[in-house]
Design a protein around this ligand. Structure first.
Ligand SMILES: Cc1cc2nc3c(=O)[nH]c(=O)nc-3n(C[C@H](O)[C@H](O)[C@H](O)COP(=O)(O)O)c2cc1C
Length: 132
């Protein structure tokens, strides 16, 4: 069971969390979603609200989902799941169901966004700005 916390209560070093531990960016809903590994990005502030910024190359299948949905999630995992992150960063959802292949248990937030039960931390995000 996940406990909802404010972003201000994330206690981990977020540079390490994104850059070294990596994350899964997931967008879509239970009928159609995709997920991919990312290590580019950060947490910060924009227009006086806490934000995350992520960078997704347009050729990623996930790009279509972040383009077509207002929300996305970032899922962070314990070290023991690094193989899952490696897999989701080297395989495309165009070809396979990554969650199924890796045994990721798909969960839905109240808003209908997708995250994974194995995650230690999930950040649910609403798109504020995109470019490119
Ligand atoms: C450690 C790691 C970090 C990655 N970070 C990013 C990233 O921040 N942005 C990006 O566009 N691709 C990144 N990738 C590449 C995508 O995860 C990879 O191309 C993936 O297969 C895309 O899947 P998709 O086609 O299902 O979206 C990363 C890959 C790895 C292994």
């Amino acid at each position: 069971m996940f406990k909802e916390i404010s972003v201000y209560r994330i206690e981990e070093n977020v540079v390490d969390l994104i850059g070294k531990q990596w994350m899964l960016i997931t967008a879509g809903n239970k009928d159609a979603y995709n997920t991919m590994t990312a290590a580019w990005g950060g947490f910060g502030f924009l227009w006086n609200v806490p934000v995350t910024y992520i960078f997704i190359r347009p050729q990623r299948f996930t790009f279509e989902f972040t383009e077509n949905n207002d929300d996305f999630t970032l899922s962070f995992f314990e070290k023991k799941y690094k193989n899952i992150l490696s897999y989701c960063g080297t395989h495309s959802g165009r070809d396979i169901d990554k969650a199924k292949e890796m045994g990721l248990i798909v969960k839905e937030t109240e808003a209908g966004n997708i995250y994974f039960e194995q995650a230690k931390l999930v950040v649910e995000c609403n798109k504020l700005y995109c470019d490119g």
